[in-house]
Design a protein around this ligand. Structure first.
Ligand code: ATP
Ligand code: MG
Length: 137
């Protein structure tokens, strides 16, 4: 059974949408097996998003990710990585399908409510970034 790392981003935590976002995951058959609310530092946000360091939106992205606490979570299910990406919807909410989290809740391509790991390697790295073995059962 597969696991993936999800982040409920500042635009969504600020609007008190954690429960509504989690309902979408659970309706899709994803189980929330670990979850915590944390305040990222700019250095941590930069490390997490290191693959985007050269992109023009890197500064905007990392500043946004530290603007409010985020909820980091581990989701589990059959094909959890792809399933989560489907429930999230397209990066830009203007392109997201009906019923997806980003279609319903995202404000813009930057303030797009959720992050989800995009590969097995990313999921392993990102879960270990936020959670210790003791926190994962
Ligand atoms: P995530 O990695 O957050 O799950 P994603 O894989 O759909 O989203 P990426 O291409 O990895 O999208 O971009 C990472 C994040 O950077 C996006 O979720 C978004 O918040 C931000 N971002 C991407 N493109 C832009 C842009 N053109 N302008 C502003 N922010 C952007
Ligand atoms: Mg990504």
């Amino acid at each position: 059974i597969e696991r993936t790392l999800s982040i409920i981003k500042p635009d969504a935590t600020k609007r008190n949408l954690t429960g509504k976002v989690n309902a979408k995951f659970e309706e899709a058959g994803l189980r929330i097996v670990a979850q915590k609310r944390i305040q990222l530092t700019l250095a941590q946000a930069g490390q997490f998003y290191a693959e985007h360091k050269e992109r023009p939106f890197f500064g905007e992205l990392t500043e946004f990710m530290v603007s409010e606490p985020v909820v980091v979570q581990v989701l589990e299910g059959e094909g959890a990585i792809l399933k989560n990406r489907e429930v999230m919807g397209a990066t830009n909410p203007a392109n997201a399908d009906e019923g997806t989290i980003r279609k319903e809740f995202a404000l813009s391509v930057g303030e797009n409510s959720v992050h989800g790991s995009d590969s097995e390697a990313a999921a392993a790295r990102e879960i270990a970034f936020f959670f210790s073995g003791l926190e994962l059962v």
